[in-house]
Design a protein around this ligand. Sequence first.
Ligand SMILES: *[C@@H]1O[C@H](CO)[C@@H](O)[C@H](O)[C@H]1NC(C)=O
Ligand SMILES: *[C@@H]1O[C@H](CO)[C@@H](O)[C@H](O)[C@H]1NC(C)=O
Ligand SMILES: *[C@@H]1O[C@H](CO)[C@@H](O)[C@H](O)[C@H]1NC(C)=O
Ligand SMILES: *[C@@H]1O[C@H](CO)[C@@H](O)[C@H](O)[C@H]1NC(C)=O
Ligand SMILES: *[C@@H]1O[C@H](CO)[C@@H](O)[C@H](O)[C@H]1NC(C)=O
Ligand SMILES: *[C@@H]1O[C@H](CO)[C@@H](O)[C@H](O)[C@H]1NC(C)=O
Length: 285
Amino acid sequence: MAIATTLIFFLVILSASLHLHTNTVQAQQRRQSNITLGSTLTPTTNSSWLSASGLYAFGFYQEGNGYAVGVFLAGILEKTVVWTANRDNAPVPSNATLVLTSGGWLVLQQPQSQDTDITGLTQRASYASMLDSGNFVLYNYSHNIIWQSFDHPTDTILSRQILLAGQDLISRASETDYSTGIFRLSMQRDGHLVQYPISKSSPSTAYWASGTFMYGDNCSLHLDGDGHLYMLNATGTTNIKDLSDAEPTMEEKIYRMAVDVDGIFRVYSLRRALYNKLREIERAN
Ligand SMILES: *[C@@H]1O[C@H](CO)[C@@H](O)[C@H](O)[C@H]1NC(C)=O
Ligand SMILES: *[C@@H]1O[C@H](CO)[C@@H](O)[C@H](O)[C@H]1NC(C)=O
Ligand SMILES: *[C@@H]1O[C@H](CO)[C@@H](O)[C@H](O)[C@H]1NC(C)=O
Ligand SMILES: *[C@@H]1O[C@H](CO)[C@@H](O)[C@H](O)[C@H]1NC(C)=O
Ligand SMILES: *[C@@H]1O[C@H](CO)[C@@H](O)[C@H](O)[C@H]1NC(C)=O
Ligand SMILES: *[C@@H]1O[C@H](CO)[C@@H](O)[C@H](O)[C@H]1NC(C)=O
């Protein structure tokens, strides 16, 4: 079967989101490298925490009639969601609050209901950070990373993010609904990268496989900063399969790989200069 990877330049999507979202996300995002205990976000004001360069944001984004919590490209590209917290929970109304509590827990609070935990941690955080890589990270009091969104991928990996043996990417339900969809890309412990329909993960139902079982267990999937998507063996030293080629580095691009709604996984690139231009237009409006 054909390898289901393509490189796509999504200018069309970009201009579409420019028209749709120019009015919805003005000046609601705060640049804050270290997020301290007691910090809060709400869907309509101070809706997200930005990474240092302002590229990625962690916080609320619009979904259906409400809001979900996740990581996305900041600003007009807010629809480029790369991670979602508790993706199968219903969207929350605008009176919800996201809090990094003074006790060190990251929770979603809603009037008259119990707090919803975001991370599943049993250890208190001392601060959090939205990194420029797109990784949202929590630290403990000795500055060790105790949780990171890169360890809990939903349907996407970003540059320098690794899909480890035993991890899956699962498509979203639809272009606008980020809950669990119907296709799974599984980095199996046996060294095989395999695509399955979600409900039937047996060899006979696989619709694509990398054919890398002979390289031993615990292989992993990697996306580099130049769009190179490939697999390494357990030692991490040997490239056992190339899935997409590196692009010549003529200019800076933002790469991501996603298992799309149609079950195909694709590598996407976005020129950084174009992104910056669109952000400028947004700010000017
Ligand atoms: C974030 O906090 C850590 C640990 O306290 C500190 O080392 C670092 O300088 C802080 N970064 C910023 C940008 O304030
Ligand atoms: C939230 O935004 C308002 C302005 O809309 C600002 O006055 C306030 O300081 C912000 N609060 C926090 C916690 O960032
Ligand atoms: C919060 O918003 C929901 C949905 O709009 C509404 O049903 C509920 O009454 C609100 N709660 C409070 C305390 O305002
Ligand atoms: C922080 O986490 C590291 C690694 O998990 C652990 O060794 C350390 O004891 C923790 N520090 C605190 C203060 O909990
Ligand atoms: C693969 O990972 C498992 C679980 O961590 C470990 O027991 C096993 O030794 C690893 N195998 C190889 C070839 O690295
Ligand atoms: C990974 O490949 C290298 C080079 O072929 C080999 O030396 C190493 O043993 C391999 N690692 C595993 C865990 O198979």
